[in-house]
Design a protein around this ligand. Structure first.
Ligand SMILES: C[S@@+](CC[C@H](N)C(=O)[O-])C[C@H]1O[C@@H](n2cnc3c(N)ncnc32)[C@H](O)[C@@H]1O
Length: 252
């Protein structure tokens, strides 16, 4: 799905195209524009080559490596330094990918595990000593039955598109890495979330994607948030072109 680490470009349909940057280069690339499945009614029955315990074992291994990394430490510092203000009540992870990708790609599988680890780590940090647990939801049309069972085994909910979009409120953490623009647009359509982790405005601008009907919402997000680059996963493109947006509490 993504080219080798360090490549410069963005995905347009099935192609990767080069992007010229006006200023500082953002290290990598991200997917843009292809139509996504924003509406699906239920689980796909794509067979899995893994059992839930296989996925659990792989997840523990990859998560533990990432938790010992500089990227994880930096994420902890970033979250600690951000005044989130209003409490986060729920967190929705969009488009994680499968833990057992159809093409068997180890890189895609690893990326899904690392992005899940980072999402849950952010939730853990934001949870702090709040009494009511932050509710976690996952929406990913390519999840197979084992992916879903794994997420549920961790105690979280899987929802089917477009239900996740409808759950986004002003106290939600929205987390979606390298998603297509229309998925972001759907996620932001009803409310601007308290925290949004995803592709920033400057990247869309550089793709000349600003002449689109849903652009105003992405611009509003950019205007109303403080931003910090997502700490990189050293040697990989797991969080390339990804920014944490914290909505300012003043509403300005
Ligand atoms: C370019 S991939 C990114 C996958 C992964 N996050 C990564 O960084 O490689 C976009 C993902 O969005 C998912 N997707 C498509 N429609 C969606 C929807 N309506 N809701 C949530 N995810 C969706 C796709 O299945 C796909 O896994």
């Amino acid at each position: 799905m993504a080219p080798a680490a360090g490549a410069q470009g963005v995905e347009a349909g099935d192609e990767w195209i080069k992007v010229r940057r006006k200023g500082r280069r953002i290290k990598s690339h991200h997917p843009v524009l292809p139509p996504s499945n924003t509406s699906n009614s239920g689980p796909k029955q794509r067979p899995s080559s893994l059992s839930v315990s296989d996925v659990e074992r792989e997840h523990r291994h990859i998560r533990d490596q990432w938790r010992a990394s500089t990227g994880c430490r930096r994420l902890r510092d970033v979250v600690a330094s951000c005044d989130c203000g209003s409490a986060i009540t729920d967190a929705i992870c969009f488009g994680l990918g499968s833990f057992d990708p159809e093409d068997g790609s180890w890189e895609n599988k690893r990326r899904a595990h690392i992005q899940l680890s980072a999402f849950l780590y952010m939730v853990e940090q934001l949870q702090c000593d709040k009494r009511v647990p932050i509710r976690c939801l996952f929406q990913e049309p390519i999840f197979n039955s084992v992916d879903e069972a794994f997420i549920r085994s961790l105690g979280y909910e899987v929802v089917y598109s477009p239900n996740g979009f409808e759950q986004v409120s002003t106290s939600t953490l929205v987390f979606g890495i390298h998603l297509y623009r229309d998925i972001y647009a759907h996620a932001l359509a009803n409310n601007l979330p308290a925290v949004f982790v995803g592709t920033p405005r400057e990247v869309w601008e550089e793709c000349r994607a600003s002449d689109i009907p849903d652009w105003d919402r992405l611009k509003e997000l950019d205007d109303r948030c403080d931003k910090v680059e997502f700490p990189e996963d050293s040697g990989y493109t797991t969080f390339s072109s990804t920014v944490i947006h914290w909505r300012r509490q003043s509403g300005t």
